[in-house]
Design a protein around this ligand. Structure first.
Ligand code: CP
Length: 317
């Protein structure tokens, strides 16, 4: 695999994606050992540069880096000179001056990771940990791994051919939806999009097998293997996209009654953080069908796999 940066799910062809899923499985077995360590990143400095808040992504990257023996530095906008107005260029050049090898960046601006990876400010690798409403490629990898392991067990060398996945909710503001649409299709899955008209961009709808504004019609017409519920991203909504939270929950939320109309065993996914009672109720979030905590657990292994291949590529070069 020839990977220097991971900015978009489109940076991975099908073979790369399957190889990363297979490596994720190997990393998951490392995480089950008593000593959960590999020497892969010994002597490497990884900086987690977070301009936006995060729990799952930040913590799982840090755990992944430490399990691979990296020296880890965490920089967040609050508590760094970013809060004094320092630019991305100056911040990253500062990190380059202290010999950082890899920058894992979350940023509020779509395209920020692409700008950094294509700049001459920093020679090392860049991993996009979420940029605005654009992409979140490691989330898509951990989601694909979660699907593959729940549906097909430990099978390696396998994609997600023919698997029916519904992505439901605030698609317009979702970097998770964009990266998943690319990666799931690349792995052979059939992706269906379900959202209010105001939250389903036409261009994305055209890339799916089908798109619906009515969740109940979508359930009647399909046998979903998994429903991926998206967080309603109120912080990115500067206008009214739906009449009220009560109406959103009634029309587009996943509840017990809707889940029971799906085929038995339909997986319930959510990238987190969840708005319980809005896009998903607690019955579904906590049901045996739910993969929410598996997704978090697999996030560590998927991120170890990405770091492993980035460094392997650098060593080969
Ligand atoms: N799924 C996800 O990106 O969650 P965090 O914002 O907590 O990292």
């Amino acid at each position: 695999m020839n990977l220097k940066h991971l900015v978009s799910a489109a940076d991975l062809n099908r073979a790369d994606a399957i190889e990363l899923l297979d490596t994720t499985a190997e990393m998951a077995s490392v995480s089950e050992r008593e000593v959960k360590k590999l020497p892969t990143l010994r002597g490497k400095t990884v900086v987690n540069l977070f301009y936006e808040d995060s729990t799952r992504t930040r913590v799982s990257f840090e755990v992944a880096e430490k399990r691979l023996s990296a020296d880890v530095v965490n920089v967040s906008a609050k508590g760094s000179s970013v809060s004094k107005g320092e630019s991305l260029k100056d911040t990253v050049q500062t990190l380059a001056a202290i010999s950082a090898d890899i920058v894992v960046m979350r940023h509020g601006s779509s395209g920020a990771a692409h700008t950094l990876a294509n700049s001459d400010w920093f020679d090392g690798s860049v991993i996009n940990a979420g940029d605005g409403t654009h992409e979140h490629p490691t989330q898509a990898l951990l989601d694909a791994y979660t699907l593959r392991s729940r549906l097909f067990g430990t099978a390696s060398g396998k994609g997600l051919d023919g698997v029916n996945v519904a992505i439901v909710g605030d698609i317009a503001h979702s970097r998770v939806a964009r990266s998943n649409l690319i990666l799931l299709k690349n792995l052979g899955a059939r992706v269906h999009l379900i959202a209010p008209p105001t939250l389903l961009p036409k261009a994305l709808g055209q890339q799916a097998v089908s798109s619906f504004h009515n969740f109940d019609h979508a359930i009647e017409e399909n046998d979903f293997d998994a429903v991926m519920m998206l967080r309603v991203q109120s912080e990115r909504m500067h206008a009214a996209f739906f009449p009220s939270e009560a109406e959103y929950s009634k029309l587009w939320g996943l509840n017990r009654e809707r889940l029971e109309r799906m085929k038995p065993g339909t997986l319930v996914m959510h990238p987190g953080p969840m708005n319980r009672g809005l896009e998903i109720d607690s019955f579904c979030a906590d049901s045996p069908n739910s993969t929410v905590l598996d997704q978090v657990r697999n996030g560590v292994s998927a991120r170890m796999a990405v770091l492993y291949h980035l460094v392997g590529n650098e060593r080969n070069a």
